[in-house]
Ligand binder design. Structure first.
Ligand code: NAD
Ligand code: LMR
Length: 326
């Protein structure tokens, strides 16, 4: 049996975590042979609810769950943590943009960045979920200089999965026949869901759907799906977000399938003309715990213009919270 790994999760008494924690403990994220210790962080008023979550985790008798630590002290939650799932943050309500959350949520990520820098495993792999996810990841990165920037990522896998569903529904083909789909940019309405290089089975997606559907229906549908769920549910997506986190971490740690790629918001190396250092969603493949941006894709002028628009939004978000990093 492998040695247990420490998974720190913030916002652990919230909606997303009520799905997420049970799937981590069952082995869906890191593998059915990987024991885990959950180190759960909440604000003090939520500790009672968090204790109830711990009771339920224990009552599942998961063979891989070695221990559950509940705390309101970030230094305890992140002590020696190998993985950090940064969920704890305010969600948006109807009529809000995700960037409206920056003022409140940004502070959480500057504080936690400093703590993680000091107490976590220096190789900790982080997925930021709390919105606005890309810019919160950027703030965390700037406050944690001891960490490898490649290890700080943000979640766009939910958007990627939403896009797969829309294309599968439109073409009538199975979800798992859809490969090489990309979400570029920010986890916001400027994101760029792109099927130009996508395969459906052995066929090009572009030969099965017309361009006006791709540009005028598919793209806005995926980009605005979060708001559609909020309007219907009264609160933001939770189980599907948790599923996105499981998929993101699973592929990062255990690898992507041959012949496919996934979307992850990662530290830009300047690929595709995007400013170096932004946390930008790219197509990536993963192997041996490392992601690699897929290079060499030819993008149309339409897609490039949209990618630049999303880059501009990320630059503006960063500039509005410059007080949160040196
Ligand atoms: P929620 O309100 O149900 O839960 C958030 C939890 O975080 C609460 O229990 C709260 O007490 C806790 N929290 C607040 N500040 C904290 C801090 N400083 N440290 C630790 N915990 C803290 O919200 P939710 O539905 O679970 O959503 C959480 C975040 O995830 C929101 O910002 C939401 O917008 C975002 N989200 C992102 C995606 C994505 O794809 N990136 C998808 C869905 C939701
Ligand atoms: C989502 O995409 O569902 C989340 O980011 C929540 C939101 O505010 O839309």
């Amino acid at each position: 049996m492998k040695q247990p790994v420490r998974v720190a999760v913030t916002g652990a008494a919230g909606q997303i975590c009520y799905s997420l924690l049970f799937r981590i403990a069952s082995g869906e994220m890191l593998g059915k042979d990987q024991p885990v210790i959950l180190q759960l962080l909440e604000i003090t008023p939520a500790l009672k609810v968090l204790e109830a979550v711990k009771m339920e985790l224990n009552d599942c008798a998961f063979p891989l769950l070695e221990d559950v630590v509940c705390t309101d002290d970030a230094a305890v939650a992140f002590k020696d943590a190998d993985y950090g799932l940064m969920v704890g943050a305010k969600p948006r309500g109807p009529g809000m943009e995700r960037s409206d959350l920056l003022k409140d949520n940004g502070k959480i990520f500057s504080t936690l960045g400093k703590v993680i820098n000091d107490v976590a495993n220096p190789n900790i792999k982080i997925c930021v979920v709390g919105n606005p996810a890309n810019t919160n990841a950027y703030i965390l990165l700037k406050n944690a200089p001891a960490l490898n920037p490649r290890n700080i990522t943000a979640l766009t896998r939910l958007d990627h999965n939403r896009a797969i569903y829309q294309l599968a529904e439109k073409t009538g083909k199975p979800m798992n026949s859809i490969k090489k789909l990309t979400i570029w940019g920010n986890h916001s309405t400027t994101q760029v869901p792109d099927i130009a290089h996508t395969l459906v089975g052995t066929e090009q997606a572009s030969s099965l759907v017309n361009e006006s559907w791709a540009n005028e229906e598919f793209m806005p549908k995926v980009a605005k799906r979060g708001a559609e769920v909020i309007a219907a549910r009264g609160s933001s997506s939770a189980a599907s977000a948790a599923n996105g986190v499981i998929d993101h971490m699973h592929n990062w740690v255990l690898g992507t399938e041959e012949g496919d790629w996934v979307s992850m918001a990662v530290f830009s190396d300047g690929s595709y003309g995007i400013e170096e250092g932004l946390i930008y969603s790219y197509p990536v493949t993963c192997k041996d715990g490392e992601w690699t941006i897929v290079t060499g894709l030819e993008n149309s002028d339409f897609i490039v213009a949209k990618m630049k628009e999303s880059e501009k939004e990320l630059q503006e978000e960063r500039d509005t919270c410059a007080d949160l990093f040196a």
